[in-house]
Design a protein around this ligand. Sequence first.
Ligand code: SAM
Length: 299
Amino acid sequence: MMNADKPPVCDYEGSDYQSTFWDTGGREYEDQVEALALRRLLPRSGTLMLEIGAGAGRNTPRYHAYQKVVLVDYSATQLQQAQANLGTSDRYTYVAADVYQLPFVAGVFDGATMIRTLHHMAEPQLAIQQVRSALQPNANFILEYANKHNLKAMLRYALGRQTWSPYSPEAVEFTELNFDFHPQSVRSWLESSGFLINRQLTVSHFRVDSIKRLFPLDLLVKLDGIAQLTGNWWQLSPSVFVSTSTTGETPIAPTGEMFRCLVCDQSDFDRTSAALTCRSCGHIWSSENGIYDFRLKQS
Ligand SMILES: C[S@@+](CC[C@H](N)C(=O)[O-])C[C@H]1O[C@@H](n2cnc3c(N)ncnc32)[C@H](O)[C@@H]1O
């Protein structure tokens, strides 16, 4: 089945992103300041959380306050790595799917995160709307985005080293399918999609190789932790975490229902360990080694 109108996806299939970028890439500082931001923003308890763009599950153990986590990623190989790290208990459900076409009934989750993933979205508001419809009323959603309105970009712009303006609302695509966004734009997409912004943390203020080499990691993490707290007032760091809650009287999914068929929108399936077969239209959604596959082919 093809899908002509679908926005393009930045494909991580077969990528060694986790090992090259995180495990051996000198990103301890970024990882620790993100962990701190999540600790500050995550609710104390929750039932079922949706992690969009989960990758190899770097952040997933940080969601321990939720009883269960559904990891969604477009790349099945990223999910295989996550499964190898996190295991196959019923605490985790692994779903290969596109954030633009989420295979969940409305109002299933009471929490969601999307970390380092919005920056791959050519249609960010469409992705945010999909997340909103999977969430219940008063659910928590933590969104991280790459901020074009950052100090380094301002300096480069002032010195004529960069043509695009960090002050204007449109996104900048610095490499194919890698976007930096303006904080005002992200806030307006969130608000018009049914999210109330509760708190913003600015993150990774010292993401500069020379600074990371010169100063001890612990010190930089402490200083970033202090600077994060200015996030409601101004956003000048390369990364911003926004904590929101859903607004509006939207549906809550019936108990036990989670998936919807992307072909006919029904949620009644015959289940085997190898597939979910839609009872309404007969479409078969496969499940291989514990990873559901709800991806529609790109055109
Ligand atoms: C930069 S990685 C971040 C992974 C993880 N959140 C982390 O912070 O370590 C971005 C992830 O988003 C996934 N992704 C990109 N576009 C997607 C889409 N349209 N739908 C679902 N996942 C997508 C990629 O496969 C990749 O695993």
